[in-house]
Design a protein around this ligand. Structure first.
Ligand code: DAH
Length: 339
């Protein structure tokens, strides 16, 4: 092993160190030359073959090359590591001044807020919550509510038909029948949910919500109905509001009435919401028609009852002064956040 050969190894090692593009390549080069079975270490092993007097000098030479290569290596390693950190920082750069994309928080939908509030009020009067299917049998939506086939009242309800015997329920009144069939009087139930009618304009949605109340007991009169609804209106809209009944017709109640409350916006003086009448219609009500009890196999007149049905969107519109019913199903957070 001559000095030239040693020099040759050194030059090759330096070249390899310089050529390394990243710390892995550099490390591999280090193993190749300075590692346990690397080129330089191999030359150390040749020492044994040298004459005694040449050993110290050769040993020193190899050691010097080793020290020099190690120094070069550690410098190159530092440089590469720095380069790598810099390019990593460059590629993962965060611009802390960029405006963040905040996901708006949702909020309770006014329809559910109103519904829950109504439940709260009615629960205090002993009413329990009931539901029913949205796809309803013709029997429950019409027949058992004393609306036979070809009855003109069916036309009032712009029905979506599923098939010969099923409809999308047009009102929550079928919940009354389910409850009468499944439970024993005395009963106080409140039902709610979406209802569907083939109708759409500034004050009508094809899919809206109703709330249905029913009380069945031994002696039930219009006075009980009026008292219950007046209490409910005051609790829901505010203490100063009045309630009035207008005679009306529903096949499932007799007598029937439409319920108006004095306009909560103008307090009865007249404004655009109440169309300058001072009154706003919120729904229908009446004493349960004996025919309905007959369909549901409930003994009449032992058991008598009243029922009422209100539009939930309507109540939300009145309570919050919303001027377009179509805003409710849009679910625009800017709208929903206001409630
Ligand atoms: N179901 C009726 C409708 O949707 C509203 C209604 C009227 C419900 C009178 C009742 C009631 O419970 O007694 O037009």
């Amino acid at each position: 092993m001559s000095q030239t050969q040693l020099n040759d190894i050194k030059q090759k090692a330096l070249k390899a160190f310089q050529a390394a593009q990243n710390s892995t390549e550099l490390y591999n080069a280090k193993v190749q030359y300075l590692g346990k079975s690397g080129a330089l270490t191999e030359t150390m092993k040749l020492m044994a073959t040298l004459p005694k007097e040449e050993k110290p000098q050769f040993g020193k030479l190899v050691n010097d090359v080793k020290t020099e290569l190690e120094a070069f290596y550690s410098k190159a390693e530092d440089e590469l590591k720095n380069k790598e950190i810099n390019s990593q920082m460059e590629s993962e750069k965060l611009d802390l001044t960029l405006p963040i994309d905040i996901q708006p928080l949702g909020s309770e939908h006014p329809i559910y807020k109103v519904t829950n509030e109504i439940f709260g009020i009615m629960a205090r009067l002993g009413y329990a919550l009931r539901t029913g299917p949205m796809i309803e049998k013709d029997y429950y939506n019409f027949e058992a509510l004393n609306i036979p086939k070809n009855h003109p009242a069916r036309d009032m309800q712009d029905t979506f038909f599923i098939d010969e015997t099923h409809v999308l329920r047009t009102h929550t009144s079928p919940i009354q029948i389910h409850s009468l069939e499944n439970e024993k009087p005395p009963l106080r139930v409140i039902g709610t949910g979406p209802v569907f009618r083939c109708d759409s304009d500034i004050s009508h949605l094809p899919n809206f919500h109703q709330i249905e109340g029913m009380c069945v007991d031994e002696k039930v009169s219009m006075a009980d109905l009026k008292g219950t609804i007046s209490f409910f209106v005051k609790e829901f809209f505010g203490p100063g509001l009045k309630t009035r009944f207008r005679p009306s017709f529903f096949p499932f109640t007799e007598p029937s009435a439409e319920v108006d409350c004095s306009c909560p916006i103008c307090k009865g003086k007249g404004c655009s919401l109440c169309k300058h009448t001072g009154w706003i219609e919120i729904g229908g009500c009446g004493l349960i028609n004996p025919k309905v009890f007959e369909f549901a196999k409930v003994e009449y007149p032992k058991w008598q009852g009243f029922a009422f049905g209100f539009g939930v969107e309507r109540m939300a519109i009145i309570k919050y002064g919303v001027d377009d019913i179509r805003l409710f199903p849009q679910n625009d957070v800017r709208f929903l956040k206001q409630f």
